[in-house]
Design a protein. Structure first.
Length: 129
């Protein structure tokens, strides 16, 4: 077994695809409209779905807003350099909500960014082997 994808409901598919591809550096893997169901699905990721997990972006055409709630935490992405990743996100117009630095009570370097719908993405710096 393996994780295939995580689904996020988004209010503006174009803005979300732009964020995940241009700001976060993912690729648009596939996108399909389902007119009879009045929704669009887009899958983004760093590698083909056959090789790694993806994020499924779901846009329900008749929904203008969502309440994120407080149960969902974040998506985590490993990066080589969290400081450089934060700078790259900011240069591309993304929002860094926690600058890179050691996690509270630990030494792992982390940072947080936020997507257009308010979902948090944790950047975790790869530790030297």
């Amino acid at each position: 077994m393996r994780i295939l994808h995580t689904m996020l409901r988004v209010t503006n598919m174009d803005k979300s695809i732009t964020f995940y591809t241009e700001v976060m550096g993912m690729k648009l893997l596939r996108k399909n409209d389902f007119p009879s169901g009045r929704f669009t699905l887009a899958f983004v990721g760093f590698q083909p779905e056959s090789e790694g997990a993806a994020i499924e972006l779901t846009h329900n055409w008749d929904t203008n807003a969502y309440t994120l709630g407080d149960a969902f935490g974040h998506i985590a992405i490993q990066v080589d350099d969290a400081y450089a990743a934060c700078e790259s996100v900011k240069q591309r117009g993304g929002l860094v909500t926690r600058e890179a630095g050691p996690m509270k009570g630990g030494t792992t370097v982390i940072a947080f960014v936020q997507d257009p719908d308010g979902y948090k993405i944790e950047l975790i710096e790869r530790r030297p082997v």
